[in-house]
Design a protein around this ligand. Structure first.
Ligand code: ADP
Ligand code: MG
Length: 145
């Protein structure tokens, strides 16, 4: 599914809608360059799950856990990870294969760790359509896999 957004609020709203629909055990991978809107999307997603606390990028902790929503929410930002082994050290498997919902910014950096059932969300700019335009592709697992 491809969605076009023309401002930050629309990207937030898409994240919120997906957060409202999220199910236990799901994992979302967010791809896209710096400043494209991954964290904006994530803030909407968290709100959709019922997280009231302000969500910010967990750059220095790799993962931030929010327990107050409809489901446990694990927000990863793996931008600063040097080696996928660091993921083992923080016990990512309990999150990825648990009953909560995970969202991973920069998931391409740990692609080999991403489970088959990952929902891939790719956000891109297209400057000829304007500075605030974003094309957002949401790709659910192929049921054949
Ligand atoms: P990332 O986490 O991908 O590095 P952020 O979400 O932190 O990016 O920042 C995205 C920036 O782009 C914000 O300053 C936001 O206001 C701006 N922006 C402009 N248009 C959009 C849009 N359509 N969707 C999301 N963010 C947008
Ligand atoms: Mg970010």
């Amino acid at each position: 599914m491809t969605i076009e957004t023309w401002n930050e609020e629309e990207t937030y709203a898409l994240g919120k809608k997906l957060g409202e629909q999220a199910e236990p055990g799901q994992i979302y991978a967010l791809l896209g360059d710096l400043g494209v809107g991954k964290t904006i999307f994530t803030k909407g997603f968290a709100a959709g799950l019922g997280v009231k606390e302000a969500v910010s990028s967990p750059t220095f902790t790799i993962v931030q856990i929010y327990e107050e929503g409809r489901l446990p929410f694990y927000h990863f930002d793996v931008y600063r990870i040097g080696d996928p082994e660091e993921m083992e050290e923080i016990g990512y498997e309990d999150c990825f294969f648990g009953e909560g919902v995970c969202l991973v910014e920069w998931a391409n950096l740990i692609e080999e760790l991403m489970p088959k059932h990952t929902v891939w969300v790719n956000i891109e700019k297209s400057l000829e359509k304007g500075f605030d335009y974003r094309k957002i592709e949401v790709e659910y697992e192929n049921s054949g896999n």
